[in-house]
Design a protein around this ligand. Structure first.
Ligand code: NAG
Ligand code: NAG
Length: 285
């Protein structure tokens, strides 16, 4: 093989190496992975007990199911009824299947870390929700407030308030499990856990929206997460101010920095190899 051939090969390998360094970082940057809230039960299970092995099976079932369905519930009953574990996941209605699966896998991992050793836990990421417990909660309405976040008040602006109220009215009226809408500068969405009936979902979303209006006043964004549903809105670029979204933006910037870094690395390798080729070429003459 000629020197030129070898150096071309090295260049290709260098570029490929930099590409592989940078690829896993891409998938980590997904804005669907920010943890919005988590909660764990007080009760703990015995390590290496049948309950733990049922919990492991549940986690596997949740992650596998999320590759083909945006919602599912499971009841894992081992040899004894008292070790039964119940669980569900719900992906955001606008997520593509691979993103749903990635989100649920991440939520399950986070739940395993955050709620290590506890019987039950729940984790809400930006793109999905996972909950499990040793007592069944499947199909039960739950309107407890689990996360309320209101942006800074922007003062009374009749236009903005009108748009927000129109958006919230639209989300209430839309019906169905996942609702998304916009009015003027305001964007919003609402979603129920898939185990609620149409009527229960309506009831839950109506409650979340009425709380948003009452509690967030003239805030430029609001997030209201109840046990089995949520409603959120944001005005213009207001979402960037929210902590959850701030984190994901930060992730984006970090990824961007890594890409630039990797490209710079690749460029240095290429320049170096070109330089070596030149020197080797000269010596060859
Ligand atoms: C759940 O686990 C806790 C702790 O082991 C236990 O006290 C409780 O009775 C269990 N609930 C059910 C429904 O089995
Ligand atoms: C749980 O899953 C089963 C099987 O997929 C389904 O038939 C049932 O309706 C679900 N229950 C709830 C409460 O979502």
């Amino acid at each position: 093989m000629t020197k030129r051939g070898i150096s071309r090969r090295l260049i290709t390998m260098g570029v490929f190496f930099c590409m592989t360094l940078l690829l896993p970082k891409f998938s980590e940057s997904s804005s669907t992975s920010a943890v919005l809230y988590s909660g764990c039960t007080q009760q703990r299970y015995t390590p290496n007990s049948p309950y733990q092995s049922n919990l492991d099976s549940l986690f596997t079932s949740l992650v596998n199911s999320a590759t083909y369905s945006s919602y599912n519930n499971f009841t894992i009953v081992g040899s004894t009824q008292q070790d039964a574990v119940f669980g569900l996941y719900q992906c955001r209605g606008d997520l593509a299947m691979p993103d749903c699966a990635a989100c649920v896998a991440r939520a399950v991992t986070r739940a395993g870390d955050i709620c290590r050793g506890t019987c039950g836990g729940s984790v809400q990421l930006d793109g999905c929700f996972v909950k499990y417990d040793n007592e069944t909660f499947l199909g039960a309405q739950d309107k407890t407030v689990v996360l309320k976040k209101c942006g800074p008040s922007v003062g009374y602006n009749p236009d903005a308030m009108g748009s927000r109220d129109a958006l919230l009215a639209g989300l209430t009226a839309a019906g169905g499990n996942f609702r998304v809408g916009g009015s003027g500068e305001v964007r919003g969405m609402a979603q129920c856990s898939g185990d609620l009936s149409y009527g229960e979902c309506q009831d839950c979303v109506a409650e979340a929206i009425s709380r948003l209006k009452g509690d967030c006043g003239t805030a430029d964004y609001g997030d209201m997460f109840l046990g089995k549903c949520y409603a959120r809105y944001s005005t213009g670029g207001a979402h960037a101010n929210s902590k959850a979204h701030g984190e994901s933006n930060h992730g984006g910037i970090k990824t961007f920095a890594i890409i630039i870094g990797s490209l710079a690395g690749a460029a240095i390798v290429i320049i170096f190899l070109a330089f070596m080729t030149k020197i080797c070429g000269r010596q060859g003459k």
